[in-house]
Design a protein around this ligand. Structure first.
Ligand code: AMP
Length: 291
């Protein structure tokens, strides 16, 4: 059945913006087959009972809280700012950014205490209020709906609280960061209770797929050759997901080893392996890991 009242899961994602591309890539990598189109309000999925709805990301927390949709993918910053009553199921490891306090390059303000009694423009009023309240710094927040970075130049505020990822927007607007409020990344959220048995069952399947994509992203598949006698040392350097696969080579006393290495310690591990005598190291990306 097509349409939206068919008992299928409903997942809301950002219609058009910074998270859209990576969200779609993530869903496709998870094996969901659907066409995304800018004109569409929603897509049916060919091989999974889920509808993907394209909404303004600011509206998604509320829709998920109220059960208008079951699931959502948004920036964690919206959870901090809007504090909806939803369940966070997973961090998705993309859409990284930070909420930062910034001032014009030539401002005398050096530390957050210097912001006392100043005007601060932001579209994150709750996060900002909490930050300054906890530090007992009295400021005047000017709530705006976007483009905070131009407000110091317009004379609206002496500082801004806004999202930044690479820092290039700050640089372009001759702003410098004074302090970070928090870090954020894309998260997968769900309505707190709404699920029917059928929806629960398919959410479990979806989570398995999402986790498979996330673990694959965190690991690399590694094949190498090594003299048999250094195997105990290799095992210490690369504990792997479980024990490595080992096969004898034609060259007497040599073996071939296949294992996985965590992305964040990848280079130091490879250097250690080379140092103790491993050679012919081949590294492959992993599509999915299902444990
Ligand atoms: P936008 O498309 O600008 O409405 O941003 C959507 C979401 O992308 C935000 O809520 C953040 O979670 C995330 N994001 C990642 N990097 C940035 C950035 N540099 N500026 C704004 N948002 C960002």
């Amino acid at each position: 059945m097509n349409g939206l009242n068919n008992g299928n899961l409903k997942l809301a994602i950002q219609k058009e913006g910074r998270l859209t591309g990576e969200t779609l890539d993530f869903l496709w990598k998870s094996g969901l087959e659907f066409e995304a189109s800018k004109q569409k309000l929603f897509s049916n999925c060919r091989n999974f009972p889920i509808e993907i709805l394209y909404l303004r990301d600011n509206d998604i927390p509320k829709y998920v809280e109220e059960g208008i949709v079951d699931l959502g993918i948004i920036g964690q910053n919206l959870l901090y700012e809007k504090r909806p009553q939803v369940k966070k199921l997973l961090n998705l490891r993309f859409g990284f950014c930070s909420l930062v306090i910034a001032v014009p390059d030539d401002s005398p303000i050096k530390k957050i205490q210097d912001l006392k009694y100043s005007k601060i423009a932001t579209s994150y009023p709750l996060s900002s209020k909490k930050f300054f309240k906890e530090r007992n710094i009295q400021v005047e927040l000017v709530e705006i709906s976007g483009s905070a970075e131009i407000s110091p130049a317009l004379g609206v505020a002496q500082a801004i609280v806004d999202l930044s990822s690479t820092g290039s927007t700050l640089l372009l607007n001759e702003l410098r960061m004074v302090e970070k409020v928090y870090d954020s990344e894309a998260v997968f959220i769900a309505n707190k209770q709404l699920f029917t048995q059928r929806k629960k069952q398919f959410l479990e399947k979806l989570l398995l797929r999402f986790k498979g994509v996330l673990s694959a992203k965190n690991y690399k598949y590694v094949m190498m050759n090594a003299p048999e006698n250094i195997l105990p040392e290799i095992k210490k350097i690369v504990p792997g997901l479980k024990s490595p696969t080992i096969a004898p080579l034609v060259k007497v006393g040599w073996i071939s080893i296949q294992t996985v290495i965590k992305e964040d310690i990848f280079w130091e591990t490879i250097e250690k392996l080379k140092k103790i005598g491993a050679s012919g190291i081949i590294v492959l990306p992993i599509e999915k890991i299902i444990t």
